[in-house]
Design a protein around this ligand. Structure first.
Ligand code: IMP
Ligand code: MG
Length: 185
């Protein structure tokens, strides 16, 4: 896909190019490899937004890790979180005594991740850390610290590289700010 694609025309700006995303994901993978040396983390991809980031990230981590998938309710066709979190797909196996890493696309209000933390903490994991491609700390409603993130971004609604608006734009190979004209009428 190139910049003449109609999807690019809906962006007011590109925040991170494919090359910048690749470099940041590689650096993060190296950090996690060092921090988890000797361990076999269980990495949980939060569907659907984190799926592209997740599959790139795990290939940059040189550890005998295992993967799992969970799905959580999303915004729908809105750009502001409903604050309602619903579990759509749970894990297939126990996480007792595992070093768990939850992998998200973006942390906004923090409600989704704090819900997940509570749920997984009650299942006896040895450790739980949060990984997110993007972090919007200025929007936090629930106090929550992301352990690993690639980029902190200002308060803007972004799409691409897995992130959607109304289920679209996930396949854009860059992260960009969605032009408000797309959702304001
Ligand atoms: P939170 O529960 O408010 O932290 O919201 C987290 C979820 O909202 C993320 O997993 C995304 O699915 C969605 N989200 C938050 N901000 C954005 C954005 O700028 N673009 C697309 N999705 C977003
Ligand atoms: Mg989403």
């Amino acid at each position: 896909m190139n910049e003449n694609s109609p999807m690019y025309q809906d962006l007011s700006s590109v925040l991170y190019s494919t090359e910048e995303l690749r470099a940041a994901v590689r650096a993060l993978g190296e950090r996690i490899t060092q921090d988890y040396r000797g361990k076999s983390p269980l990495m949980i991809c939060i569907l659907k937004g984190a799926s592209l980031f997740f599959t790139d990230l795990i290939r940059e981590i040189d550890l005998p890790l295992e993967i799992e998938f969970m799905a959580i309710s999303s915004y729908g066709a809105r750009t502001v979180s409903s604050g309602e979190v619903r579990l759509i797909k749970d894990l297939d196996r126990p996480i007792e005594n595992r070093d768990v890493m939850i992998v998200e696309d973006i942390v906004d209000s923090g409600k989704t991740l704090s819900y997940l933390m509570r749920l997984l903490n009650s299942r006896g994991a040895k450790s739980i850390r949060l990984v997110s491609l993007l972090d919007k700390p200025s929007r936090r409603v629930v106090p929550l610290t992301v352990d690993y993130s690639c980029f902190q971004i200002p308060d803007a609604f972004v799409v691409g590289y897995g992130l959607d608006y109304d289920e679209k734009y996930r396949n854009l190979p860059v992260v960009g700010v969605l032009d408000p004209k797309v959702y304001s009428n």
